[in-house]
Write a protein that binds this ligand. Sequence first.
Ligand code: SF4
Length: 67
Amino acid sequence: MINVDENKCIGCGACVAVDSEHFAFNDQGLSSVIKQEVTDSVKEAKDACPVDAITVENAGNEEEENN
Ligand code: SF4
């Protein structure tokens, strides 16, 4: 699953710019996940996040950092 840690997110918009299909700004101007589907672009968005607020967990191919 995809998760954005709102305590870490600074609302820079990088993930939304990289992958607007899966990430969008919420009412607080922070990123939220709008679609739970792990794709390469989700991983690119995760890599683009400057504060490592995004975690991606894929069944069978676990990838999680800085939890
Ligand atoms: S790239 Fe990271 S810090 Fe920037 S909006 Fe997305 S989750 Fe927040």
